[in-house]
Ligand binder design. Structure first.
Ligand code: HEC
Ligand code: HEC
Length: 306
């Protein structure tokens, strides 16, 4: 009996390790460039009217996203989609809800040049950064060609690489270093049994595929949301988005691309309905909520000094 139990536990945890590996403790990055990138990430000089910085819509000390339904950017203009988290974004297979940027380098140009976000041009970025003697000196010592648009983006991305959140309770559980409570464990079992894991898997529990919201029941469609359809113009791609990461999900309400669900419970209920065709009982929603709360990792501390 005991052997059978051990065997079951072992095979189950091996299987889950395969589907969801724990986050690494760190990824390699250049510390000096990352520190410079951190300053830029917090600097409103990177927006045309000095009103927003990356951190305005990506609060890295509070989940890396924005608690507003849509962010407000340049001149108080509203964006058109909910801000996703930058935490662990380095592990996403593409960036943006519809994956239009291949990686973080391509992504960073988006907000800088977006008229309702930073509203800058590459030339203006170089001008603003270059007229600050502290930045000029730092870029000249770290990059052969000093302040260029490409180097500004490189420094920001170097900082983004540090934004990973290891040691969540779930990761410690995966490594056999801690136990989940009965409810959390049951929530994890339900997460697999209902099939949430078929989309939310891999190192980020998402971030590695595209899927439709509304597989079973159609979800309201609005053309202002940049989905896959906006790129491919294939009608089947309406409401298809990158499956979002569930890491630190308890810290990043409101949920969905339209920010329409204020709580985790509402988001789980909607997911079960729209994407699995099931009306989930309240107790199951509660246990999955408890499980999802174990996905909150340690906030990045390696670059604490600002
Ligand atoms: C005005 C708010 C705002 C500002 C300022 C802003 N962002 Fe964003 N960010 C967003 C929104 C909204 C999205 C989603 C856009 C989309 O997918 O179409 C996003 C997406 C991202 C993503 C993709 C995450 C993912 O999972 O796909 C990254 C990375 C990111 N931003 C980094 C940055 C950086 C770096 C800066 C500063 C240069 C910045 N953002 C400035 C609102 C903002
Ligand atoms: C068919 C693939 C698929 C399945 C199955 C699925 N999801 Fe999702 N999930 C998505 C997609 C795509 C989104 C983004 C939807 C949107 O924003 O419109 C999402 C969004 C979410 C969000 C909100 C994330 C955020 O940052 O806004 C949560 C929470 C979530 N899913 C949990 C679950 C749970 C729990 C289950 C199982 C009951 C589940 N999902 C099943 C694809 C899936």
């Amino acid at each position: 009996m005991k052997t059978l139990f051990l065997f079951t536990v072992l095979s189950l945890s091996l299987w889950s390790l395969e589907a969801i590996p724990p986050l690494p403790q760190s990824v390699s990055y250049n510390v000096k460039k990352a520190l410079l990138g951190k300053e830029l990430f917090f600097d409103t000089a990177l927006s045309k009217d000095y009103s927003v910085a990356c951190v305005t819509c990506h609060n890295i000390y509070d989940g890396g996203a924005d608690r507003r339904v849509v962010s407000t950017g340049f001149a108080g203009k509203k964006g058109n989609i909910q801000s996703p988290t930058v935490l662990n974004a380095v592990f996403n297979f593409r960036q943006f809800w519809n994956g239009r940027a291949r990686d973080l380098y391509e992504q960073a140009k988006g907000p800088l040049e977006n008229p309702v976000e930073h509203n800058m041009t590459p030339k203006l970025v170089v001008e603003r950064v270059g007229k600050n003697p502290h930045y000029r000196e730092a870029f000249e010592s770290l990059y052969k060609n000093g302040v260029t648009y490409k180097n500004v983006i490189d420094a920001i991305v170097e900082f983004e690489k540090t934004l990973i959140t290891p040691n969540s309770k779930f990761d410690l559980f995966l490594k056999g270093k801690t136990k989940l409570t009965q409810k959390e464990m049951h929530g994890y079992t339900l997460f697999k049994r209902y099939g949430c894991i078929s989309c939310h898997n891999g190192i980020n529990m998402g971030g590695n595929s595209f899927a439709k919201i509304g597989m079973f029941f159609s979800y309201p469609y609005k053309k202002e949301y940049p989905d896959r359809y906006a790129i491919t113009h294939d009608p089947l791609d309406k409401n298809v988005f990158k499956v979002p990461t569930l890491r630190n999900i308890a810290l990043t309400p409101p949920y969905f691309h339209d920010g329409s669900r204020a709580t985790l419970q509402e988001a789980i209920k909607a997911m079960a309905h729209y994407n699995l065709g099931q009306e989930m009982p309240k107790e199951d929603i509660e246990d999955i909520t408890d499980f999802l709360k174990t996905l909150t990792g340690e906030l990045p501390r390696n670059l604490d000094a600002r």
